[in-house]
Design a protein around this ligand. Structure first.
Ligand SMILES: Cc1ncc(C[n+]2csc(CCOP(=O)(O)OP(=O)(O)O)c2C)c(N)n1
Ligand code: SF4
Length: 341
């Protein structure tokens, strides 16, 4: 007998999502832009985790990278410059059941959005935060960002940037309540995928800084890291990154890094000679904000109406009184021939 009999047939009740279910408008990023690689990694993750598109939200601010939600076949919110995190937190606090991702540029996160960045780490909501760090303002055509290297000539710093760049990883690791910090580069897809996957599985705010090429305004900027594997330091650990064998031949600069050690994480973050790749820090015991501050119980329409009416009653003007005076009394005075005016 050929084929399966009815007893051994496979029944699939759940919908199976494939990559095209997560694809929306065709990306309009420049050819070779690193945002394309990040999009591909995230779409793969959604497919592998079988995330229902209707239960998944991408939130962004403004910038080239912030066009991300347009390219995902999920819900999305393209917000205001620097304001992705408060919007995402609003979504998460009302709907903790949703998978919420945040995409920010380095300008979005570390310049106009700095206050939200710091406080989001402190709040520790269950979000995946991806910072596309091309070290420039891409959308506004090469202005210096807080992560631009000192001396970089841009439209706002034609004689070269005067200030030291801000270290995204060190700053994040310096905030009390930090629970997950990772560093990735978009041009090593296997490791990028693995890092985003671990961020997704971490319960709490997973902060992933991703070095991202902007070939249009920063051509060749990351070439040194791409052509010399020794400028990358892979952080391996059983609770962190597991480097696939095919990459071990290329990336020989690897170190055993325990992500539970925050002091070591801070040392690694401060390194300037190599780009650390992997999970720098992970602490699963930090409480999520939405677990301690659950939204209040939903009330019925009738209960809400009654509560609103009770409040409004406090301001009600009763017929027969004006400015605290009793009009009925005034009227009776007039009727008795007393002047009420
Ligand atoms: C309140 C406000 N200020 C400034 C701008 C102009 N603006 C748009 S995008 C952008 C910077 C984008 O750079 P980045 O966040 O690094 O993202 P990229 O484009 O490099 O992905 C700026 C300053 C704006 N849209 N809104
Ligand atoms: S300007 Fe840069 S960051 Fe923006 S789409 Fe082009 S390559 Fe990407």
């Amino acid at each position: 007998m050929f084929g399966l009999n009815t007893l051994s047939s496979i029944e699939i009740d759940e919908p199976q999502y494939n990559l095209s279910d997560y694809q929306s408008a065709v990306p309009r990023w420049c050819p070779g832009c690193g945002d394309n690689a990040i999009l591909t990694a995230v779409q793969r993750l959604c497919r592998d985790e079988q995330l229902p598109p209707e239960k998944t939200v991408f939130v962004s601010g403004i910038g080239c990278s912030s066009r991300f939600p347009h390219h995902m076949g999920t819900y999305g919110f393209h917000g205001l410059h620097g304001r992705a995190l408060p919007i995402a937190e609003g979504v998460k606090i009302r709907r903790p059941d949703l998978n919420v991702f945040v995409n920010m540029g380095d300008g979005d996160c570390c310049s106009i959005g700095t206050a939200h960045w710091i406080h989001a780490i402190r709040y520790n909501m269950n979000l995946v935060v991806l910072v596309h760090d091309n070290q420039i303002y891409g959308m506004t055509k090469k202005q210096a960002s807080p992560t631009s290297p000192k001396g970089l000539k841009t439209n706002t710093t034609p004689h070269g940037s005067y200030t030291e760049p801000l270290n995204i990883l060190s700053t994040t690791l310096g905030v009390g309540n930090v629970s997950f910090v990772a560093n990735a580069v978009e041009w090593i897809p296997d490791l990028l995928y693995q890092i985003i996957q671990q961020a997704f599985h971490h319960r709490g705010l997973s902060f992933v800084r991703i070095a991202q090429r902007c070939p249009h305004f920063m051509p060749g900027f990351f070439d040194g890291f791409m052509t010399d594997p020794n400028r990358c330091l892979l952080l391996e650990h059983e609770n962190g990154l597991q480097v696939p064998e095919n990459l071990t031949k290329v990336y020989q600069k690897r170190v055993d890094h325990d992500p539970s050690d925050i002091n070591r994480a801070r040392e690694v973050a401060a390194m300037s000679e190599a780009e650390p790749i992997g999970i720098l820090y992970r602490n699963d015991r930090v409480e999520c904000y939405e677990d301690s501050r659950r939204p209040r119980k939903a009330f019925s329409v009738e209960a809400r109406r009654e509560a609103i009416n009770l409040e409004l009653d406090k301001f009600a003007v009763h017929v027969g009184s004006r400015n605290g005076q009793n009009l009925e009394q005034d009227a009776s005075h007039s009727a008795n021939g007393e002047s009420g005016s």
